[in-house]
Design a protein. Structure first.
Length: 297
């Protein structure tokens, strides 16, 4: 398949009164996202934490105590996403969820649903200071590339996009598109992930799709504030935007950013672009590993 119709979310979290409200909200949001023949929808990091509002109020600010209590909501979370992916016949990257991978060990896990409702997942590799120092969320299983009928798709959850080695490994396995769901509590954080996403698109001559969470939630310590704008990036080369920006939404404006990505364009750039970053990346990495000298001047 050459043309990939996708949508990246700027998803606004809500304070929910009951589970049915969550299902109705998510169902309506996804229905808006599939308009126009979209085949892949990307939801952001940690938007699932609006479900904390369904827990007893004393847990809303207790970030460690809320983690085990959230696990009771995970089966319903998975079921509603599976149902929506089946109903609309789409691939759906769910908002990442702090899942209990082993007894007392919680990871930041993004579940990726196929059109038949089955799913796999990608765990976050590198924890932010908040995750590691305050929350107790840990690194999970290793990297994947998902072989789909739309192409080979990788996921770097937020902070992971700021480390080149992860996307490099995925690109070496044939990744066509990198999905970057994010939760950033400041403009500094948003721009770090934005720049990281653009860099990964440049280095590997692929598309990178950034989907941010939006939050104004004073009731929640974990997701009190989140900012960002959805965007889709590409290498600045033949047939692609000279800025490397395929599409971009407005800052802090909820909704979907739709795009039709021609995968043949990035494939041709990797084959015969003005520069051949993807081809040359292993050689550059090998030269870097050879070491350096500190030279006094």
């Amino acid at each position: 398949m050459t043309i990939l119709h996708l949508a990246a979310a700027a998803y606004p979290v809500s304070q929910l009164a009951h589970w049915d409200e969550y299902e109705a909200k998510l169902s309506a949001f996804v229905a808006a996202g599939v308009a126009g023949g979209t085949r892949l929808l990307v939801l952001p990091e940690y938007a699932s934490l609006e479900l904390v509002s369904l827990l007893p109020a004393h847990l809303w600010d207790d970030v460690r105590a809320q983690l085990p209590e959230l696990q009771a909501l995970l089966p319903g979370f998975l079921e509603v996403h599976a149902r929506l992916s089946r109903h609309h016949g789409v691939y759906l990257l769910a908002a990442s969820f702090p899942a209990e991978a082993a007894a007392g060990h919680f990871v930041n896990r993004a579940f990726f649903f196929a059109p038949d409702g089955t799913y796999r997942f990608q765990d976050k590799q590198m924890m932010t200071r908040f995750e590691a120092e305050e929350w107790g969320v840990e690194a999970g299983e290793g990297l994947h590339v998902f072989d789909t009928e739309l192409g080979h798709i990788g996921v770097n959850i937020c902070y992971d996009s700021e480390f080149p080695d992860f996307a490099a490994l995925q690109a070496a396995a044939g990744m066509d598109v990198l999905l970057v769901p994010s939760f950033t509590g400041s403009n500094h954080g948003y721009h770090r992930v934005r720049v990281g996403s653009m860099a990964r698109a440049l280095e590997h001559q692929i598309y990178a799709v950034h989907a941010p969470c939006l939050a104004d939630a004073p009731w929640s310590y974990a997701i009190e504030t989140a900012v960002g704008a959805p965007a889709i990036y590409a290498p600045a080369d033949n047939g692609l935007p000279e800025t490397g920006v395929v599409a971009a939404g407005q800052l802090n404006a909820p909704g979907w950013l739709h795009a039709a990505l021609d995968l043949s364009l990035t494939a041709e750039v990797r084959r015969d672009g003005h520069v051949l970053n993807a081809r040359d990346y292993p050689a550059a990495a090998a030269r870097a590993r050879a070491g350096l000298d500190v030279v006094k001047l």
